[in-house]
Design a protein around this ligand. Structure first.
Ligand code: IPM
Ligand code: MG
Length: 353
């Protein structure tokens, strides 16, 4: 079981360290970890945010555990040298087109949500975001000067790109098995890209008659996620809308420090599907290196890794149960209004495994 560990910047190294300790505590057969630099730290050491060596390591493994990238020192660099290019490059190079972002309110933490508790407790959705297409990867550029200065980013989706992510959404909806419901989010009232998206999702739904498919415009979806979250099971959407709605959903949960994510493609390994796993919070440079970060989102990302890339459902459930138990026992990071430190939270989860 080969895992590439890419801690990255800010709080990335500290949360990743705790997650690795949880992974090691499971005593898995043949577990081998390989370290690599990504993000601002990679730029500082190697002159680029995603060094070729890191990419080679990632490609040779069965899964990648990723911390976070982003470093204020690098914000004025040319775009291709900025830390964010590391994660965009990994997604593209590894063809990780399917991003799974679960958002649910943990029992007992309803009060952390900015929503009323009776609404918050119904929030349990999975955002399936397309990750290698859309306006993120289209032709882009700038021309002209002063008041004529113009920037552009081309948005497009091919039917094939939409079909493969739609199938992931339908399959995952069935695996979740709580609400057999997929809401596809687009802007088909304005965008041609969205018309192709919507028509293709309708076609892809053919083999899944048991799953209730509906369509929603993205502006309405933003409103519905916070006013009536109960209606959502799986939300299927494109790269840009998924970026925005997944932050909205995590803010509705109330703690970004608890939410994991998986990014997968179609490549199979000896154990499951190759994937990259990361907490959805960023590098949080303001608290980096102080031992204050909550490692739970990264620990839960390890659970997703064991489930999807290694077929170890039981170990995944063990980790999730240990995190839930730690929360129920009052273990809280600063993000949850508590004072437990990063290592302390990691230890607390390990004790409960
Ligand atoms: C995310 C992040 C990235 C994105 C950034 C860091 C490029 O916001 O994973 O949601 O926009 O996809
Ligand atoms: Mg984002």
């Amino acid at each position: 079981m080969k895992i590439a560990v890419l801690p990255g910047d800010g709080i990335g190294p500290e949360v990743t360290r705790e997650a690795v300790k949880v992974l090691e505590a499971l005593d898995l057969p043949g577990l081998t970890l390989f370290d690599g630099d990504v993000g601002g730290i990679a730029y500082k050491r190697h002159g680029m945010p995603l060094p070729a060596e890191t990419l080679t390591i990632a490609k040779s493994c069965d899964a990648v555990l990723f911390g976070a990238v982003g470093d204020p020192d690098c914000d004025t660099l040319e775009r291709h040298l900025r830390p964010e290019q590391a994660i965009l490059g990994l997604r593209k190079e590894l063809d990780l087109f399917a991003n799974l972002r679960p958002a649910k309110v943990f029992a007992g933490l309803e009060h952390l949500s900015p929503l009323r508790p009776e609404i918050a407790k119904t929030l349990d959705m999975l955002i399936v975001r397309e990750l290698t297409g859309d306006v993120y990867f289209g032709d882009k550029g700038q021309r002209g000067e002063d008041s004529q200065r113009t920037g552009w980013d081309m948005m497009s989706y091919s039917a094939e790109e939409v079909r493969r992510i739609a199938h992931v959404a339908f399959r995952t909806s069935r695996a979740r098995n709580n609400k057999l419901r997929v809401t596809s989010v687009d802007k088909a009232n304005v965008l041609e890209t969205s018309q192709v998206w919507r028509d293709t999702v309708n076609d892809a739904a053919g083999p899944h008659p048991d799953i209730e498919l509906s369509h929603m415009y993205v502006d309405n979806a933003a409103m519905q996620i916070i006013s009536n979250p109960e209606q959502f099971g799986v939300i299927l959407t494109g790269n840009l809308f998924g970026d925005i709605l997944s932050d909205l959903a995590s803010a509705a949960v109330g703690s970004i420090g608890l939410l994991p994510s998986a990014s997968m493609g179609e490549r199979r390994t000896d154990y499951g599907i190759f994937g990259l796993y990361e907490p959805i919070h960023g590098s949080a440079p303001d608290i980096a290196g102080q031992g204050k970060a909550n490692p739970m989102a990264t620990i839960l990302s390890v659970a997703m890794m064991l489930r999807h890339s290694f077929g170890r459902e039981e170990d995944a459930v063990r980790i999730e149960a240990a995190v839930e138990k730690a929360l129920a026992d009052g273990i809280r990071g600063g993000d949850l209004g508590g004072s437990h430190g990063c290592e302390e939270i990691g230890d607390a989860v390990r004790e409960r495994l």
